[in-house]
Design a protein around this ligand. Structure first.
Ligand code: SF4
Length: 418
């Protein structure tokens, strides 16, 4: 299948020429990692791709991964969009990473400061580590699983070249992390005896389940376990008729991956709202459609049915209400509109929620960690960011939190010395 995410040299130059190099560029302000977008586009325009890589990687350690999966907060604010179409910043970014050496990265810094514990080695933790290291501190990552987090474990090979993503994570660990310890941390209190500060950047650990009967039947899986399996090169346990519940990137990606694995398999996405309301990226939707995934829109799951094994799902037709305070239109059931979709496999892809770790830290009603504007928790010296603070967030938002936490931690440790 043609890779729509790749620009040819000519396409990249034409796109770079369209940039207005805005003063006070809104694209840069919109980027959570504050990548200086017009500067790197200018480097692309002048053919200095190595320079463009330098500019992006200075702001964002996940340059390879974000070139593939960034939701483009920048393009949403692009001034050019008011004239014709916004600049396709992610594709220009991808053009830079595809045509420069992934080994080219920032110089490691000398580390003479205190050790800082980073609980969780995903994008927020690794970004914090890189920044702390560059500030002279010694970041130690405590990780129970694989360093790299969701991008390293769950994004399908079809989207992200595993070797390049692995190299990116490996580079950060090698040059900016003092030590990686395999450890599952439940309480942070004791860590402060050994480390100058702590940054909690664990992901959301529990799967969100739809509140319907039948989720315990054989043939019901969570999307993340399917994506993890496929990433490891294992065959998925899905059968011939698959329903994927959800409307985000993970749902669409899982559907596309399952269809790619067996093109003869029927894969249908079951979503409570309509096409316009899908939260997945346009490319994810297009790829799923091109692979032959079908959609059951305006369908509210009611009950997964079967005798020990899944036989199908009862759904109710929905209509959308007026937008509520959140601006989203809520799906409302249409009376007497229940219908049955025969299936042998159901994949749940409606997100994750927080677990019960870190009881000593103040949480929100949703179980997320409460922080102030410096990302500090109620315990002095303990900071938090990423999914455990925001709910599921993007890699680039995790980068933002990691960088911000590193600055706050450095300020906190400096204060201690004074
Ligand atoms: S807002 Fe758009 S046109 Fe302006 S600098 Fe950013 S990418 Fe270029």
């Amino acid at each position: 299948m043609e890779d729509r995410r790749k620009f040819s040299r000519e396409q990249a130059l034409i796109e770079a020429e369209r940039c207005l190099y805005c003063y006070d560029a809104p694209c840069e302000k919109a980027c959570p990692a504050h990548v200086p977008v017009p500067e790197f586009i200018q480097s692309v325009r002048t053919g200095n791709l190595k320079g463009a890589r330098n500019i992006i990687r200075e702001a964002n350690p996940f340059i390879e991964i974000c070139g593939v999966i960034c939701p483009e907060f920048c393009s949403e604010q692009c001034i050019r969009g008011k004239i014709d179409t916004p600049i396709n910043v992610r594709q220009l970014h991808k053009f830079v990473t595809d045509n420069t050496d992934p080994e080219e990265n920032l110089e490691p810094a000398e580390r003479t400061g205190q050790k800082v514990a980073i609980v969780g080695g995903g994008p927020a933790g690794l970004s914090c580590a890189r920044e702390l290291s560059r500030l002279g501190y010694k970041p130690v990552i405590l990780e129970k699983d694989v360093v790299g987090g969701i991008p390293a474990q769950e994004i399908a090979r079809t989207r992200l070249d595993e070797e390049i993503a692995g190299k990116e994570t490996g580079f950060i660990v090698k040059h900016f992390v003092e030590e990686v310890k395999r450890a599952e941390v439940e309480f942070v209190g004791d860590l402060l005896k050994e480390y100058g500060a702590v940054f909690i950047s664990t992901g959301l650990e529990k799967e969100q389940e739809p509140d319907i009967p039948g989720t315990d039947l054989e043939g019901v899986f969570f999307a993340r376990e399917i994506l993890k399996n496929v990433r490891k090169g294992q065959k998925s346990p899905a059968g011939r008729r698959v329903g994927v519940i959800g409307g985000g990137n993970v749902a669409l990606e899982t559907a596309a991956v399952l269809k790619a694995e067996d093109p003869g398999r029927d894969v249908e996405v079951i979503y409570r709202r309509g096409l316009k309301e899908l939260k997945a990226f346009r490319e994810e939707i297009e790829e799923a459609v091109e692979r032959g995934v079908t959609f059951q829109f305006m369908a509210i799951p009611r009950e997964i049915r079967g005798d020990a094994k899944v036989e199908g799902i009862m759904v109710t037709r929905a209509r959308l209400s007026e937008p509520d305070e959140s601006g989203r239109r809520r799906p409302e059931p249409v009376e007497n509109s229940d219908f049955f979709i025969p299936l042998d496999t159901i994949i749940i892809a409606i997100g994750q929620k927080a677990g019960e770790k870190f009881p000593e830290i103040e949480k929100t009603a949703a179980g997320l960690i409460k922080v102030n504007d410096k990302l500090e928790t109620n315990i002095p010296g303990v900071f938090a960011g990423g999914d455990m603070v925001n709910g599921a967030c993007t890699v680039v938002e995790s980068v933002r939190d990691g960088k911000k936490a590193a600055a706050s931690i450095a300020e906190y440790l400096e204060r201690g010395k004074a």
